[in-house]
Write a protein of this length. Sequence first.
Length: 627
Amino acid sequence: MKKLPRKYRDPLIFLSLLIMVPSSIYFISMNFGDQRLHVEKKQWNPAEAADQGIEEQLLKRAAEYVETRLPTIRGLVIIKNGRTVHEKYYWKGGPREKDYLHSLNGPILHALVGIAIDKKMLAGTGQPLAHFFPDHAAASGSLTISDLLVVRAPLLWGDGPPEYWALFFSSDRVGAALQILQPGGENPGPAANYAAAFLLAEIIGKAAASSVFEFADKHLFAPMGIATVAKTREKGGFMDPFTGFALRTLDLAKFGHLIMQGGTWEDRQIIPGDWAAKITAQPAGGPGKSLPGGWQRLTVHGKEAITARGEGGQYIVLVPELDLLVAVSSKSLFPLAENSGYDHLFRLLVVASDAELSQQALTADPEERPYYEPNFVNATVVPDEIRQFFLDFARDIATQDINRILYHYAKGYETKDTNRGFLDKLFLDDDDFSAMYGFWRKIFFGGSGNLEFVQIDKLRIDGNRAYLRGNLKYSYANMNEGSFGWFALENLIKLRGRWLWLGTPEYGEILDRDEYFDAEVSAELAEFIDACGQSLVRVAGADDKACFDEEFLYNGLQQEGLHQLLQPLWEDNSKVKMHITRTQEAGEEALLQGYLENSRVGSIMLPPAMKIARGAGKWRWAGNGLN
């Protein structure tokens, strides 16, 4: 065979490498890596937004709003007229990334109940719970399946009364769930919805003689091309009826489309049509309004919408009048406040999808809110005075007035900058502010821009100090300092009744950012936490004998039972970290309150009233309560 001339061979080799290297990186990242690299494309029934009546300029404005205002979103899918017109992933999201649904499990389970009734596996919603749980007949009382389909309270992952965690850590979840659901008050806590969802999952499993995951896979997900059970098991994923399902953003969109089509998927009736109408018929203003856990009918910019949401930032929004569907997945590691900027995104998309509203928006002032007002994405309760501090700060940095900006910083902020240049010393030689100017310059070099969002993950107020964890995002790219506007939150101090930036003190009793939210404990207790904290999630072994009392018992769970409950929640036990937020000592016993980080489903609270006891000068896990 004649050899190809070098002048042709070398360019061909170069072009081949140019194609093969990116392709190999993409293949490896999608199949073996953490799946962060992906090609932006519409995976299901694609179409151009303009062809489906969406104003592209306004869609672009909504997309920019996501990037600049909603830091926790991982995926956004928009379906118009049954066609995918927008599919994009953010943060560490991607087309294969799954998120736990939290309270959005409710609508999935409600659909599964309808399917089970249609297949004669369940007799109907009036069927007593005692039929499924004969060992708990007395606790079941007069409760029926119908009672489990009611949205009872706002649903926050791990938030609210202790009953939630008592249910989570119970050795008899059925009995504990039934006890929570018994009539006993007009305002049941969030645990009531988790109890109802768990019992529904158990009932479906009993009726189908399989797990709820296998039933959902066969009768709901597989017909829509959604891979659940097999893929999750293949990757060692965590599946527990109490925790529920994990789905991709596109999976949420497909489920929403199924509901919007009256339970029909490609001419196949998956959910009975009358049942799909029934579970989405909650009237606006009725019981359950704006509450997660089921479908609610609300108004979005004057259009009637059917919505379902999970507290980690999972949303399905249906607008039948516009044949519009929006699905959102978020980080899912913590509950978000109701007003975290998502509602504004849905308003933008409704406007972009309606011809009349689009024309009004295109001719109006594009700034639909005050230029200085940031979005708040809070994973915890934030007092009004702290929120007001950020509003004032956002307003003042937008003026680019240095004196107004300095007004928010405490004297002695950060540490003394002894390496300031000659011009800095000449123009800013005021000892009051010399300590902070170096850092101020790093943030605002080249103009301050606007404050786009404030993300507060944790907040602890201790007297006149507020310890914060989260991020700020500014609307500019500071290439000089290598920053794109992201800055970690620092601490605040209250002086003369006014909150000010304190920074990260060089000297102080608490320096480690992760420890800002932990209680101060004795050296002896700190030694126990370091030595035995992770023993709660590890497989029982020789090392655990020194950490557990021989008579350990918590809610009926022995040491091995607690291990079996907690161990699947972590991909890597070695990365689990325990935080103690409060202690209560009484002689040779103590109660610990706190949480464990780095689980698959967010922070896990320590079992309520978990006791440790001291014997022979050493603390050990002992079980429930104080004697």
